[in-house]
Design a protein around this ligand. Structure first.
Ligand SMILES: *Cc1c(COP(=O)(O)O)cnc(C)c1O
Length: 364
């Protein structure tokens, strides 16, 4: 068997049977991929009348491509992977969802994740009625408990990791991930959610995509790019998995206004601006951590590679309320037992960091 056939066979073993056998929806846009200028387009029940609404003078009466090539080209250049390794999604959240819908059978498959982490892995599993197993990270440094994971792989179909992790801010150990990728080959999909990776790019696992068929990486424009309102994310993996996910994703997930803005966001000029913004946020974070380390109401500030910090207070309830009264809204983490007395604080502008510091200093 040649390399390619072998890879497809390996991946097909993991995919849900109904998805493997699914004849995907063939949209009009997919069946006619040529340039539509000067054509009489009567194949998609679109309106022939150009509406008054437009953004950047782009007309909106026609459906967009399922995976707009222009945006694929730009993202491909940004991350230095081929177009065939990229799937554009409505945010990373849609990525989490379609991967679960593609690989997990409700009856017998489980997903695994490691709290405290991003809550959408659990929420999506609950919505799709897929069972999940939680292996808690080791308290105080939030290291993933890989030994425990290895002992509990029965019926696991997907493992979701978040790197760097939300809400703890810590980084996954590369060697442990590589070991796990080896161990789970042909059996389990490993998803690494890199929503915050622009804040610590040297920790990306993108370069492992061509080596491990069972690795999927999630990205988004919502955090470092400052486009949470846009709803644009990316799934990065091998072309075989991309082709299967294309059967599951909606026929037109990306609207033309989103496409236009995403392309602008990935221009060379804007990438420089984005990187400078990342540097500013990291500098603000350093300043804030230094200042907060003298506040007596704080028990511990966890190391963070992201645009937020997890802070353990002596009494987070009082702090949360006082901050609230001062119009400073942070994220309470008390719902997780191991995050008792912890608040997650996003790094704002320098002015916002100062206001936060002065308010906490007054309380101390
Ligand atoms: C914010 C966040 C997301 C959601 O990203 P969207 O692209 O806005 O859907 C996914 N994963 C993590 C870890 C996040 O913090």
């Amino acid at each position: 068997m040649n390399q390619q056939k072998k890879k497809i066979k390996n991946i097909n073993q993991i995919v849900k049977k109904n998805i493997l056998n699914l004849i995907p929806y063939k949209s009009a846009r997919l069946l006619y991929k040529n340039n539509i200028n000067n054509k009489i387009m009567l194949n998609a029940n679109e309106s022939p009348i150009i509406s008054l609404f437009s953004i950047n003078n782009r007309i909106l009466n026609r459906y967009p491509e399922q995976q707009p090539k222009e945006l694929l080209n730009f993202y491909s250049k940004y991350i230095n992977l081929n177009n065939e390794n990229i799937l554009i999604t409505r945010g990373a959240d849609e990525g989490i969802d379609i991967i679960m819908r593609t690989f997990c059978n409700q009856e017998y498959d489980k997903i695994l994740f490691c709290p405290p982490t991003y809550d959408m892995y659990r929420v999506t599993a609950e919505i799709l009625n897929i069972k999940y197993l939680m292996i808690f990270s080791i308290n105080d440094n939030w290291k993933i408990n890989f030994n425990e994971i290895k002992k509990n792989l029965k019926n696991i179909k997907i493992i979701y990791f978040c790197n760097p992790n939300n809400p703890t801010g810590n980084i996954l150990n590369k060697d442990n991930i590589i070991q796990l990728l080896e161990l789970t080959k042909n059996k389990i999909i490993i998803v690494i959610d890199e929503a915050y990776i622009e804040f610590c790019l040297n920790h990306t696992m993108i370069y492992l995509i061509n080596k491990y068929e069972n690795l999927i990486i999630l990205r988004t424009l919502s955090k470092a790019f400052g486009l949470a309102g846009l709803r644009c994310g990316f799934i990065l993996t091998n072309k075989y998995i991309i082709n299967i996910l294309l059967k599951v994703i909606a026929p037109y997930p990306i609207s033309i206004p989103v496409l236009d803005i995403a392309i602008q966001a990935l221009s060379t000029k804007n990438l420089v601006i984005m990187n400078n913004n990342v540097k500013t946020i990291i500098n603000n974070k350093k300043w804030l951590i230094k200042k907060l380390s003298n506040c007596s109401c704080i028990k511990k500030i966890f190391t963070s590679k992201t645009n937020f910090i997890l802070v353990k207070f002596y009494n987070s309830k009082i702090i949360f309320d006082i901050l609230n009264e001062n119009n400073i809204i942070v994220r309470n983490q008390n719902h997780e037992k191991i995050l008792n007395n912890c608040l997650r604080i996003t790094i704002g502008t320098f002015d916002e960091c100062k206001k936060l510091f002065f308010t906490l200093q007054k309380i101390s």
